[in-house]
Design a protein around this ligand. Structure first.
Ligand SMILES: [Zn+2]
Ligand SMILES: [Zn+2]
Length: 159
């Protein structure tokens, strides 16, 4: 009876081990595929460089979990979305301090209320004849005070 129990137990344990190993293998395989897909998606949101993408995937496939950790360290820090957000924030900041614009002639940063570029002396804005605010050259109407501008800067082509 003791022997019978021992046989049954060892049989069960063997069976159980087989199941555990099978489940473990399936789990690891699923994790491996899942992580590979995750790395693929993650790297593609960070770079369009095909070399970087292939390298990251190979890294992940060969090294598995350590590869993921290394990938997390070496991947480009920012996703395209974060870069886009940063660009918007930077632009807003620049606008706040008044250097959002660039001279159309020489490309230097100029303040939005300047009417001349101090670098190349190009006329970039005109003053409203009524309120004196800097307005765009082609505008015939001041957006600040509504005053009609007597002399549009742009010479009408005689056609
Ligand atoms: Zn300029
Ligand atoms: Zn005005």
């Amino acid at each position: 009876m003791n022997n019978g129990f021992a046989f049954l137990n060892s049989f069960d344990i063997n069976n159980l081990l087989t199941y555990v190993i099978a489940f473990g293998a399936a789990f690891v395989a699923a994790l491996w595929i899942g992580l590979t897909l995750w790395v693929l998606r993650d790297i593609r949101s960070r770079t369009r460089d095909p070399f970087m993408i292939i390298l990251s995937i190979l890294f992940m496939i060969v090294l598995f979990i350590p590869g993921v950790f290394i990938y997390l360290f070496v991947r480009p820090r920012k996703t395209f979305e974060q870069k886009y957000q940063d660009a918007i924030e930077e632009e807003a900041l620049l606008r706040e301090i008044g250097v959002s614009e660039k001279c159309p002639s020489c490309g230097h940063s100029i303040q939005s209320d300047w009417i001349l570029c101090p670098y190349c002396h190009t006329k970039v804005k005109k003053r409203c004849v009524n309120c004196g605010k800097a307005i765009e050259l082609p505008w015939n109407l001041c957006p600040y005070c509504g005053e009609q501008q007597q002399k549009p800067f742009i010479e009408e082509k005689s056609s």
